[in-house]
Design a protein around this ligand. Sequence first.
Ligand SMILES: NC(=O)C1=CN([C@@H]2O[C@H](COP(=O)(O)OP(=O)(O)OC[C@H]3O[C@@H](n4cnc5c(N)ncnc54)[C@H](OP(=O)(O)O)[C@@H]3O)[C@@H](O)[C@H]2O)C=CC1
Ligand SMILES: O=C1OC[C@@H](O)[C@H](O)[C@H]1O
Length: 358
Amino acid sequence: MSSPSCSTLPTLHWGVIGTGLAASWFATDLNLPRANAQARHVIQAIGSSSIEKGETFAKTHLPGVDVTIYNTYEQVYADTKVDIIYIATPATFHKKNCLDAIAAGKHVLCEKPFTITAQESRDVIAAAKAKGVFLMEGMKIFEDKVIGDVNRVLCDLSMYMGQLDQIRSRTAPSENPAIPPGIMLEAGVYPVTWGLLALEKQPGCGEERPQILAASKLCNGVDISTSMIMHYPASGQQAVLSMSMETKLASNFCRIEGTKGHIDVEGLVTSHPESFTIFHKSERPESGIPFAFNKAGQKFKFDQEGWGFHYEADAVALDIAAGRQENAIMPCSETIRVMEIVDEVRRQVGVRFPQDDQ
Ligand SMILES: NC(=O)C1=CN([C@@H]2O[C@H](COP(=O)(O)OP(=O)(O)OC[C@H]3O[C@@H](n4cnc5c(N)ncnc54)[C@H](OP(=O)(O)O)[C@@H]3O)[C@@H](O)[C@H]2O)C=CC1
Ligand SMILES: O=C1OC[C@@H](O)[C@H](O)[C@H]1O
């Protein structure tokens, strides 16, 4: 199928809020020349804490692009040329940023973790519904099932996080709300999503809710290392998930095990799978050995450019062009379901935030 010509593609004008790491990857990806783009993306405006920071961001990540720089986020929400806001601020601010953008009538794509609690997510989703705008959590991921019935998933997202020293030295989360509110929120949403995608036939569609078992290493009120199990009592399926700020994930960060073999998923981080290797179980045990080995694995590489934000942005553009308020693959109900699991893990390990009392 030939790709649609540029003039027939839906066009979205983006306002980007925050100029950190996620925003830099997003801007770079949306500016990539792509033969198979499904939409045209214009980064119309950048909202930053200072004009100088915004200009440096634009010069570095959007060279040659004519973009308006504002030194308040409110001016981006008020810009009539902007259709949609991409929120790339620390998670503590997502609820306010989303509500402000929605109140201004803008569509919203908000980075993971969507908010701090499931209740905050519900509040934001209700506001978007009432206003009639599109809303989606930025969650880039993939899935594949060619190994029979999936019965177990192992997934880790561990990163040496620069903020660990700040967490160690602060006395309360309110002291610096921009520091990630624990590894479960900052990273855990990915392993949880991998577990749900791999174990459930159609994630979130009336299937059994998994039991959650979790334990964490805490530091000054937040979890810096968390291990958890999502267990489905009826089928016995399990996701064994881990995340830590004190080590780095292995390159094969996810293993999906089925009745006929397993899949290793490899990549730099859980949000950026680069390849997967399928291992099929041998038909019969090796002679003299009472258990079966796997046959040699077959590796498949993803033919992808950039960080993958452009695929996410294309999906948003197609939804908005079709008049939809949600995305079918990453619906708001899935955001709430994952946030409820995160809430439950935090409850079990004893991490509480002021947002839990609001
Ligand atoms: N999908 C993905 O692959 C990734 C997602 N993320 C997610 O994106 C979000 C942002 O993370 P990341 O880009 O790493 O964060 P950074 O710290 O690199 O950047 C956050 C930006 O938010 C703005 N900001 C607003 N208020 C504050 C504040 N009080 N303190 C500090 N910065 C503030 C700043 O921009 P300014 O001063 O210009 O306003 C800052 O540059 C998080 O939710 C994170 O989980 C992060 C990395 C990758
Ligand atoms: O979302 C994420 O994925 C990639 C990581 O490098 C990043 O810090 C994390 O927040």
